[in-house]
Write a protein that binds this ligand. Structure first.
Ligand code: RB5
Length: 149
């Protein structure tokens, strides 16, 4: 499994904690930036991670900004991306099981590293259930298709 990581300055510190956690778990990742707390624009980092995930270069993407909101909104503009902003383990598990989410977003100014690690583990430990949920995810894809013309 390989994970794409990206953050703006508001998510930089949490991304660094996330790297330590993934290393401890032996999960491969690539850090697509940002690499300091200098102010940057979160859509640029959402795009880097989302394009790489949509292109199949990574299994999942995890993105972090101050709230997690801007970076998840931007990531979800890339066709094929289902990025879920989750600050609890239940949502993280369910978004894999029901929405087949392929990206997770966090707010670096919202939660701490301990909870974030638990949420990542819940997300990565769950699988898409398919069945009736596949039909719904396909409807999301059709919305994308309708507006990409
Ligand atoms: C940057 O100050 C902040 O706006 C950004 O990290 C994020 O919270 C946007 O949604």
């Amino acid at each position: 499994m390989k994970i794409a990581l990206a953050a703006d300055h508001g998510g930089y510190a949490l991304k660094e904690e996330l790297k330590k956690h993934l290393e401890k778990r032996g999960i491969e990742y690539e850090d697509l930036g940002t690499y300091s707390t200098e102010s940057v624009d979160y859509p640029d980092y959402a795009l880097k991670a989302a394009e790489a995930v949509a292109a199949g270069k990574f299994d999942f993407g995890i993105v972090v900004c101050g709230t997690g909101i801007g970076i998840s909104i931007a990531a979800n503009k890339v066709p094929g991306i289902r990025c879920a902003l989750c600050h609890d383990t239940f949502s993280a598990r369910m978004t894999r099981m029901h929405n087949d989410a392929n990206m997770l977003a966090f707010g670096g100014r919202v939660i701490g590293a301990g909870l974030m690690c638990d949420i990542v583990d819940a997300f990565l430990g769950a699988s898409f259930e398919g069945g009736r949920h596949a039909k719904r995810v396909e409807k999301i894809r059709k919305i994308e298709e309708k507006y990409s013309k």
